[in-house]
Ligand binder design. Structure first.
Ligand code: NAD
Ligand code: UDP
Length: 335
C-alpha cells in the first residue's frame, strides 16, 4: 500500500478486457480491493484468471446496458469507478453498432447513477476518436473534433462523445466527481489477436510469415502507447490532487505511419512477410497524435516506453500465445 494512497474499493467495468485486466492488476498491486464487472463480449475470464485467487478481487458477469444492483453493503463501500466497458476495436464495435452505442450511453448513465448514489469518483475511458478525423494536429483537449455522425465508426465515436456529455452534465447538475480520460491507441500483452487492430494484426501476420495487411498506402499516422504507461496514466489521473474533471489526453505523442509500424514489426520479429495493400476503411482518420501537456501538468505523467521496447514485449507475449494456442492454425485475421 502506498503511504499517500488509502485502500480504495474500486469498481472496474470492462475489467476482463485488454486495458481493464492490466488496470485491475495494478490496483491490486497497490493494495486496493477490486470488483471487476464485465459481460465478456470482447474480454475473457482468461485475462483475469490469475487474479481470481486474490481475496481482494471479485469478478462479476454483468452487462452495463442494464442497471447494476449490488448488495447494499458492497455498493456503500465503493469509492472509485473506472468505466471501461465498451468494445474498442473497429471490427468489434462495428459488429453490433446499436449495442455499441447502448453500451457507451446507457453504460455511462448506469455508472454515473451508481457514482451519484455512492459518492464515488468516476473515471470515463473516453477516446481520441472524439476528435474524429482531426483537422488540428497534434490534438489538444480544447479541440472539438471532426466526427462523421452517420458513418460506420459513429456508433463508437458518437457513443463516446455522448458519454462525455453525460459525465459533464452529471458533474454540473448533480455534483458527481468525474474524470474524463481520452485514450489514444494503446497496445500490449493480452490484446485479442483477432480483434483486427493494427498491432495484433501485424504481429500475428509477421509471426506466421503471412502478408502484412496495410490499409490504404499506410501513410496514415497513429501514436501508440504501451499498456503499462497507459494504465499508469489512468490511475494517476484518478488520484491526482488537486485534480479536475479533464478531459485529459492519455497517449504517447510519438507519431508513426502505419507503414513505419509494419517495417518495425517485420524487423523485430525477423519475419520474411511482405506488405499487402488493401483499401482504406471508411472514415479512417488520417492522422492522430496527442498533446499530453495537460497530463504532464496535472499529474506529472508522460509515457516512458518507446514503441520498439513496447513492441518487443508485445511480440514476446504473442509468440507465447501462438506457440501454445489454437491460433497457430492459419485462420484469416478479421478486418
Ligand atoms: P477490450 O475490448 O479489450 O475491453 C473492453 C471490455 O469491455 C471487454 O472486457 C468487454 O467484454 C467489456 N464490455 C463490452 N461491452 C460491455 C457491456 N455492455 N457490459 C459489460 N462489459 C462490456 O478493449 P480495450 O482496448 O481494453 O478498451 C477498454 C476501454 O478503453 C474501452 O472503453 C475503449 O473504448 C477505451 N479505449 C481503448 C483504447 C485502446 O487503444 N485500447 C483507445 C481509446 C479508448
Ligand atoms: N490498419 C492497417 N492494417 C490492419 C489493421 C489496421 O493498415 O491490418 C490501419 C487502420 O486502417 C488504421 C490504423 O491501422 O489506419 C489503426 O487501426 P486500428 O484498427 O488499430 O485503430 P484505429 O486507430 O483506427 O481505431
Amino acid at each position: 500500500m502506498h503511504i499517500d494512497s488509502p485502500q480504495r474499493h474500486v469498481l472496474v467495468t470492462g475489467g476482463a478486457g485488454f486495458l481493464g485486466s492490466h488496470l485491475c492488476e495494478r490496483l491490486l498491486s497497490q493494495g486496493h480491493r477490486v470488483l471487476c464487472v464485465d459481460n465478456f463480449f470482447t474480454g475473457t475470464r482468461r485475462n483475469v484468471e490469475h487474479l481470481l485467487g486474490n481475496a481482494r478481487f471479485e469478478l462479476m458477469r454483468h452487462d452495463v446496458t442494464l442497471p447494476l444492483s449490488l448488495p447494499t453493503s458492497v455498493e456503500a463501500g465503493i469509492d472509485r469507478i473506472y468505466n471501461l466497458a465498451s468494445p474498442a476495436s473497429p471490427v468489434h464495435y462495428q459488429h453490433d453498432p446499436v449495442q455499441t452505442t447502448k453500451t457507451n450511453v446507457l453504460g455511462a448513465i448506469h455508472m454515473l447513477e451508481l457514482a451519484r448514489r455512492t459518492d464515488a469518483r468516476i473515471l470515463q475511458a473516453s477516446t481520441s476518436e472524439v476528435y474524429g478525423d482531426p483537422q488540428v494536429h497534434p490534438q489538444p483537449e480544447s479541440y472539438w473534433g471532426n466526427v462523421n455522425p452517420i458513418g460506420v465508426r459513429s456508433c463508437y465515436d458518437e457513443g463516446k462523445r455522448c458519454a462525455e456529455t453525460l459525465f459533464f452534465d452529471y458533474h454540473r447538475q448533480h455534483g458527481v466527481d468525474i474524470r474524463v480520460a481520452r485514450i489514444f491507441n494503446a497496445y500490449g500483452p493480452r490484446m485479442d489477436p483477432k480483434d483486427g487492430r493494427v498491432v495484433p494484426n501485424f504481429i500475428v501476420q509477421a509471426l506466421r510469415g503471412e502478408p502484412i495487411t496495410v490499409y490504404g498506402q499506410g501513410q496514415q499516422t497513429r501514436s501508440f502507447c504501451f499498456v503499462d504507461d497507459l494504465v499508469d496514466g489512468l490511475a494517476r489521473f484518478m488520484e491526482a490532487e488537486p485534480g479536475g474533471p479533464g478531459p485529459v489526453n492519455i497517449g504517447n505523442p510519438e507519431e508513426f505511419t502505419v507503414r513505419d509500424l509494419a517495417r518495425l514489426v517485420i524487423e523485430l520479429t525477423g519475419s520474411s512477410s511482405m506488405l499487402a495493400f488493401a483499401p482504406l476503411p471508411s472514415d479512417d482518420p488520417l492522422q492522430r497524435r496527442p498533446d499530453v501537456g495537460a497530463a504532464r501538468q496535472m499529474f506529472g505523467w508522460e509515457p516512458r516506453v518507446s514503441l520498439e521496447e513496447g513492441l518487443r514485449k508485445t511480440i514476446d507475449w504473442f509468440e507465447g500465445l501462438l506457440s501454445s494456442d489454437r491460433l497457430r492454425a492459419a485462420v484469416p485475421l478479421p478486418r
